[in-house]
Design a protein around this ligand. Sequence first.
Ligand code: MOS
Length: 745
Amino acid sequence: MSATAEAPPMRIIGHPQPRIEGRLKVTGAAHYAADHHLPGMLYAVPVGATIAKGTIAAIDARVAEQMPGVRAVLRRGSFPALAAAKPDFASVADLEGTVYVDERRPPFDDDTVRYYGQYVALAVADTLEQAKAAADAVRVTYRAEAPEVDPALTAGEMTVKSERGDPDAAFAAAPVTVDQRYGMATETHNPIELHATIAAWEGDSLTVHEATQGVVNHRNVLAAMFGIPREKVQVISRYLGSGFGGKLFPWTHSPLAAAASRQLGRPVKLVLSRPMMFHAVGQRPAITQRIRLGAERDGRLTSLRHDYVNATSLLDDYEENCGEATPHMYATPNLRVASGLAKRSIGTPTSMRGPGAVPGLYALESAMDELAIALDMDPVALRLKNEPPLDQGLGLPFSSRHFQECLTLGAERFGWARRDRRIGSMARDGLTLGWGMAACSWLAERFPCSARVELRADGTARVAAAVQDIGTGTYTIMAQMVAEALAIPLSRVEVALGDTSLPAGPVSGGSMMSASLVAPIQAAITRAGEALVALAAGNPAAPFAGAKAGALRFAEGRVAAAEGNRQAVPFDQLLRALGQEAVSGLGRAEGTFPPKEKPTHSKHSFGAHFVEVTWQPELARLRVSRVVSVIDAGRILNPLAARNQIEGSIVMGVGMALFEETDYDPRSGAPVNASLADYVVATNADAPAMEVHFIEYPDTHLNALGARGVGEIGLAGTAAAIMNAVYHATGIRVRDLPVKLEQLL
Ligand code: MOS
């Protein structure tokens, strides 16, 4: 197939394209970080602390060191101390200069233990089995202290995050009020792909295959820790078995593997075990939230207070930004959002899908349901009543907000009008039905990003950027953008990503990657077109001989004379005529997050979830049976990938509401259910029937295609909608997630 001037314009953006790398993944040809095997590679297994607080008294590795195949048992002092990376969250807005870690302390930095599983030694051997056996044989003695494990989260001080009017006076004066606390258990990221590092030094250069959502940031952190120039470090992450935020920022196993490799002069592979995934690689911390709502009898909100406290580690102040969506969700003249931290003997928490707004909206949307009941008002009508004219928190207009349409369309598709508001009044096939709903929102921003696009004489194009595809479809989206702009089939676009040797890109986080890629890819294509036009204008033998560069234009992959009716020539044909293999262009665009200057608009996506649960009291059997979600996320670039994202989030919401909980032993501070057998995640069997609708209003404030990005928003509000449905079925309001069946009996 060739792209000719007569071919109809491609319509690739906005069409459901299966993942272009799907075949590589299902045939095993896609190599994930841990799949890399290097000549002479050694295997490393960390030794984790078995206390959650105290100091290391002694490490006895004499037996381990004598075991077959063992090359070393590394511990503090075994290699030159690593520097702390001086993390700066604002630096994630700096394309080449981002340096961020959640756990700041370099591995083996001191003899203090702050959480269970903290690495205290590293066994390195010829085989994985030998390294594992050696790690098990290392004897560590501790001076243990009582760990901070109090599940009741109280903060020393609260920080006001957003405030307007006088929420206390308005609450006191409100005729109808809600004042409730909502708790959420610690959730641990359990992507199927384990964290993995393969580190290899060649002279003073370090190459790392890493399961990471951010190769450039990872490179910069390693360079800072080892005190070497960034150019000396290459980080590669071509495929990711997801991360859910757990792989956004580097964890201590990665510099540890690199240090071991440097020390032993051999490549080193370090793959965490599933139990280790619960220790030193982050989690969504336990959170307690208090929501106070005051309303007029007609449902108008007069006061909203949102206080939240999350657990954080003894080492780092990780804040779960639960109030992110609260100031802009509903109209109210009086509001205060405040946050606090509770220091606990746990590993440093990190972003988990929809950090902040997801737990925040669980609390807010549960409280809104309680308010609707207190008002004897339909919960959809209550939300419609409180539509704000602008983002009252920022005092800015919304770039695009169609929340009311999400509510009304969702209600229509779900059949909400047939809902009987009385508790336990609805039934089907002998099952009690509960119908509930909740709203969602998620920020829409862009990171800075660059990309290179090459146009080739064989009719193909290559797009390259040091971004990642964390399983969400970035390969495909990049190919779509290029194929659409050049009017060539998708199959003619090669995509290279996940490698710091490519033009710098941001972390894959915040559902921002697609939006971040639009401008740099377009700019790169424009630059490549300019290069092609310059070549054509300067070549007397080729088409357009004698034309001035200014008289030629490049569009849809073709060069044409701006005047006259000379036929447009496709780039490949022109390159062949010019005797050129390829031309390329580099594009770059600044981001919007974190904002460097005051924004002009509040940029958020919105949506509504409608949920049906079935309840069998005689069996204590609760299932989420049906979900209808309507999402307002701007233009949808790939409806297939976008729907997958929302469906995956909904299933994760089932996990949040019904199953997911990391249990810490109050004596040892150890996560006791650190396995996929004991930490229950929602499976296919738990997935409801799902119907996802996108209402597509292109939001060109964010990028030329009008895409806001989609992913995390599907998890926002889902647990609230489920628990609101559970209340409707049972009359029992559960305010601590996940729900325990005994709470419903
Ligand atoms: Mo997502 S928690 O921003 O990787």
